[in-house]
Every structure is written in C-alpha cells, then in structure tokens.
Design a protein. Sequence first.
Lengths: 351, 351
Amino acid sequence: MNTMKAFQVTGFGGLDKLEYKTVELPSLEKDEVLVKIHATALNNSDIWMREGGYGTDRSSDAAAGWRREGIQFPRIPGSDIAGEIVKVGSEVEDKVLHKKVVLFPFQSSGKVGHEHMSEDIAYIGSEFDGGYAEYVIWKADLCYDAPLTNLSESAPIPVSGLTAWHMIKRANIQKGEMVLVNGATGGVGSFAVQIAANVFGAKVIALVRDQSLDKKMKELGAYKTVAYKSHQLVEDITKASDGQIDVVLDVVGDAMFSTSLAVLKKGGTFVTSGASSGVLTELDLRTLYLKHLNLLGSTLGTKEEFDDLLKAVQDGLVKPIIDKTFPLEKAKEAQSYFKESKQLGKVVLLP
Amino acid sequence: MNTMKAFQVTGFGGLDKLEYKTVELPSLEKDEVLVKIHATALNNSDIWMREGGYGTDRSSDAAAGWRREGIQFPRIPGSDIAGEIVKVGSEVEDKVLHKKVVLFPFQSSGKVGHEHMSEDIAYIGSEFDGGYAEYVIWKADLCYDAPLTNLSESAPIPVSGLTAWHMIKRANIQKGEMVLVNGATGGVGSFAVQIAANVFGAKVIALVRDQSLDKKMKELGAYKTVAYKSHQLVEDITKASDGQIDVVLDVVGDAMFSTSLAVLKKGGTFVTSGASSGVLTELDLRTLYLKHLNLLGSTLGTKEEFDDLLKAVQDGLVKPIIDKTFPLEKAKEAQSYFKESKQLGKVVLLP
C-alpha cells in the first residue's frame, strides 16, 4: 500500500486544476498516524484554495491561498476529515490503531487558546495534503475520537463546526440574546443555528432562501426564520426580532453586510468568518461609530473549543446536517454542486 | 439679562446657515444652571451637524444630524464647553454659584456605564442649544469642576478628551502595547496620544503630516512619529513599530482605512470615532476574518470615564493642546480654519 487515489490541485485556476491521480503515500514521521479517510466534507476554502481566492491585504485580486501567499502545488485539498487510524508512527502508541477519528484541521506553534491566531498556522488541505484522497497523514495528537459512529456526519465538525463555535465565542453570546444567522442553511450556518440556540441559549433568527425551510430550521433550534428574498429585508428582520438584534453571525459577505449593520442594535456585534457572496463591501464608518458596533473577524477556533464542540455533538445538542454525498472520484461534480449553494447542510465526499 | 449673542444653525447647509443673532435666554428648570461660557472648543460634529453630514444607515447621503435623523432648527451648535455657573435653578444649591465648570456633553436615560449607548441620548449643540453663545443652560449634575484654571484649555475635555479616552477603553489597551494614532495632531488625536502613552503605558506611533512635528509629539508622550505623506506608508509604520501594531485609533476614516488594517497584527483592534477624510470605505472582509481583527465603533464615553479623564488632567498626565483661539463673533472663520486641518490641537471660541 504505497499509492492511493487522490485529487491534487496543480495550480491556481478552474476545475481543470483539480486532477484525479494515483499518488505515492509519504512515510510517517514518528508522531504521525495514517488515517484511512471515510468522509471529507466540502468547504468554500477547498474551492478558494484552488481559485487563489484570498487576495492579499495589499492587493485584493492577487491569487493567493488562505495565508494570503502562494500554495505549494501540487496539493491535495480537503480540510474537514473523518476516518480510521490504520498505521502509527514509531512514537505513537499502538492502542490508537483502528480508532475512528476527526482531524483537528491545523497545526501551529501558538499556545493553547491562541493557536488559531499564530502567524505560522498551517491548514490541512492547504499547507498540508488533505482529504480529497483515500488516506491522509496527520499528527496523532490532532486526531480526536469521532463523536458520532456515522463518519459522514462526523466529517464536517472540524472546520464547519469549529468555525461556527468560535464565531459564537467571539461574539460572547449570552442566554436570551437575539442572534441573526445569515446563510443559515449552509455548512457553517446550520452549525451556528444549533450551537447558538441549543448550547448558548440564544434566540436565533435563521435567514433562509424561502419559508419552505421554516420547519427544518425550527427543528434545529431556530426561534424564527426570515426569507432573504424580500424587498424590505431590514423591516422583516426587525419585525421578527422585535427590533433588537444583538449579534449577527455571517458567512455571506457583501450581499448581507449593510442589512446586517442596519438591523443590529446599538453596541451590537457582527462576526464574519467568510464572504461567499462577495469579499469587498462598502462600510459606512459613521454606522460603525455612531452605533458603537463591533465587527469581528473569525477563522477556525481553538482546541479547547474543539473539545467543547465534540462534547456538544456527543450530547446530541448539535447534529451535523448532511445534504448530499458523492464518491471521491466525483469531487469536481461535488464542488460544482456545492457552489450552487442550494443545499441545506454539508456536501460530503466518500473515498 | 434676558438676551445674549449666539450663533444659530438655521438649517442643513453651508456657512450661510450659521447665523449670528441676539436670542432670548430660556428660563431655568429647577435642576438646571446658567453657565456663562468662557470657551467652546470646535469639533467636526459642529460642522457635520450644520451640513447634515451623518446620513442614515439606509441612505448614506441623506442630510441628518448625528442621531441620523433631523435636527430641530434653529439650534446653537457647540459641544465642548467650559464656563462659570452664574445662576441656579430652584432645586440647585447656591454653593455651586461661580464654580468654574466643564459640561458633560450629553443627557440620556441609560444606566451608568452605558449612558453613551442609550437610544435617547441627546447631545449638547445638537439636541440642546450649545456653546457658540455667551450663555448656556445645562443640568447642574452634568457640570463638573474644571480641572484647569485656564478655561480655554479645559474646554476641549468633554468631547475631544472623552472621545479619546473611550476609544482607548474600547480597545482595552494594555501597558507596552504598540498603538498607532491616526490624525495625531488633531483634537481627539492629541488627546489619544497622551492618554494612551501617559495613562495606559502604550508605545504610541503618532501619524503626522511631516517630521517637523516629531519633537512636539514626543513631548506629548509619543514613542515615534511617522509622516503620512509617503509612498510606502505601510512599510514606514511597520518599520517604526517593528512590525506589530496592536491597536489603531482612528478619526481619519477612508484615507487611512486599508493602511490601518494592513499594519495591524493578527487579532489587532481598530477603533474609530470619526471619519474626517471620508465616511464610506471599502472593507475587504477576508482581511477582517483571516486576521481575526476587531473593528470597533466608539462615540463619546461614560461618566466614570469622564471622572478618570478629569483626574488625569489634574494630575498633569494629559494636557489639552490649543492651536488657536477666535472671538465668538468669528465662529465662521474658526470653522473654516478648523476644516483646513492644519492645526495641532484644538480651535477654541472665546465668547
């Protein structure tokens, strides 16, 4: 078993840069394990890594990975990974063999609680080969017991779940607060609705495509849903929330930015961890200062938060939502399907 | 003494809307005092109130006051006021007569520590008649002992000083942190440099027009100065700060926005309380979330902070800087001079 099937991104570009290949498995370092991948959930970061969609803070349209610099190609994408440990490095105890695990999605030198903000943060599927493959190598101590026996359901937890959890911690959401979740049907959004409502006790307004999703969103814990295709969206949200939004959790970006700031109460908090509709937006600085707003950026999260998240999933407070699965070899179709953004929950590859 | 000379703003518009008149003094309510004005410091808010420069969060170019709604004209502008109590309402003790005071600049129903974020906040010089006059009426319990015998120097404390203090509290600046102050020579900026450096122990990089201001800024407490007219401003700031800006304090707005975000370290904080160079700016949401930034809006401050500020002035840690004084009747010339933004410190009217 020295080779495997995998998709490699061979350079910044379109789907033609996502190439299905037979590649060699690298050897294990002493503190690493080999994980047979059962499921890899898709994220926008998979696609933006291929497209070089991150720009730099000096040039917004520069092709760059999420560290806002180049990527070492070829690179196997995929960051949200669940699987089984099938081989261990020389210093890893044998007892972890055959454990079902989810992979904490990055390495860094940062100390606990700040590891996600370290300058040297390196992300699986970007700085390391990731989950669009049959196998992946990862540090043993970054492999956590999968909280669900269904590994397809466990796969979205490391990136989508952790991202949502950290956004909520960033916003310091308190019990009873009114929280608007933009893009509530997406991967991060469907976690955010559940975590904010079921773990932190918030009243969640879920922003959805249309009211057909109302029942499902309420099952997840939402207090109310609002359809975003409205000519009076600010009024609709204000009415649903009785006028007071404490926190907006956003991964939508430009399309919802001015609406988000308009519905927030004075002193309210907007947290972003993504911008699928558009990365450049107009900010009225008067709105920021006259309303005493907090605009907070958030990416991934900490190991402590990951522990808390895994426990919440085990306890049944948070349930990863799967929209559709694809076999590994259909990764291109999966990315195309994902980009249409019509799904409720995650798209998952099954190697 | 039933009349006084005063400037009234008679509607949103140019300097022709600032009219010098003889107006009647209103009668005192039982909890109010009459203050003979010795000095009123100018602020951008005086000018924006006349110009209707605040827009609304739905229409950025709508003519509006700072509450983002209409102003009841005619209105006497001026918010940064120092003077002497010369008459008291029926329930105010006589012993306050002839006290030299500075006026806490707003009223609101908000509880202590949140009074500046109350929905019903009403600002002197906007919702109440203000300081472009010989006299002003204000609540007795919002008149604080002037910390300096020179009332011209005391005048800028309530708005400019409090604004700077609250920005620094918002940013939670810690000893030894590297703080960039944009517009360091302005009214808020020259307070911010001193408060951040001398009260909170920060290393302050003062952004100035040119290096001729270096000596003066270092006297105020700045660690280094950087001239903003540079083709490589990000590099200049990065070099001066050894690459790590923890906090940016800004009242400049659009012209410094992208530079501010570029020089901040991961997890850094940008605080704005004004936007003299431009209120609309482009925000790259990726920069916000990938750098885990905090963009915080700030307006005015709390009574507790005002107490702390007055003490810091008394203790000599913070000294209001006066650029130029004008007699009251030259208020139009004073506003024109102020708008040129060439000054170091405050412009003050002397009725």
